[in-house]
Design a protein around this ligand. Sequence first.
Ligand code: 3HC
Length: 297
Amino acid sequence: MAVQKIAVLGSGTMGHGIAQAAIVAGFEVALFDISQAMLDKAGETVRGNIDKHFIAKGKVTEEQGRDILSCLKLNTDMQKAVSDADFVIEAVPESLDLKKKVFADLDRFCQPHAVFATNTSVMSVTAIAGATQRVDRCIGTHFFNPAAVMKLVEVVTPIGVSAATIDIAVAVLKKMGKTPVKVKDVPGFIVNRLLGLLYQECAQIVLEGTATAQEVDTAMRLGANHPMGPCELADFGGFDVIQMAQDATYEYTHRQRDRLNILYRKMIEAGRLGRKNGKGFYDYHEDGTKTAFTIFT
Ligand code: 3HC
């Protein structure tokens, strides 16, 4: 089956990044959200990115840029957005009940051949697929933030997925310029399972006063060639997301080292969620700069 039309559900950071990567690759994309305001903001962001990262850099002409943008349709009606889609990528908030409901609705609204992918980083893809009557056509496609830029997508294979569905997902992702890596459906998959350890350990280093967040980040940027230090990356991902991921991983492994570090719980209690609300290991300012936050005075 050759995929032409993709529907992306949820226009948040991941959803609009995925939609952008898909239109740049030449797919027709319907981006759905319940909120018109969110959709408008997502549309503006994608337009701005095409201007800044493609037209201004001479990667495409203005006319080509307009053609790319014309492939993106914004829709607040989910049934309309998905009815002619060959491939649906769900990127709604991380709630198992919500994702199961969305998949059950997709099963009613979509054509029989359509494949459903979830971008969950935390939930069981097998459980989400189980909300449909087409378990063989459900899969996980775990993109990384920023989704328009990051090359990796983990292809998460739940129990019951067919080989044909895996092939379709891999072909779609390759056309989007991504490198798919197959992984079984266990919490954390590959990358978050390993990143989790980094998040846990950097928090412990800061908590015990061995080094500050800034020192940890500088050390890992310059000593391990990481593009962002682990504290910056934790801010980038969001402490609430890390909490969900660690809790799910701990429930699966029951290893002490996978239990969420107390520092994240305390930061969340203090209203610090990371870059998304401007307050994490760092304070983020409107002019785009950041300064170190003193955690313990
Ligand atoms: N759209 C299109 N292109 C974009 C873009 C966008 N929104 N943003 C940047 N680009 C392009 C730029 O034009 C540039 O292209 P060029 O190389 O052809 O000139 C290239 O991407 C690099 O951009 P910048 O020079 O502006 O940025 P940096 O080199 O500083 O890289 C970064 C920024 C990619 C975010 C880098 O800091 C990085 O890799 N950080 C780590 C990100 C990471 O680890 N993400 C994973 C988080 S974990 C996760 O997502 C899991 C989930 O479950 C939570």
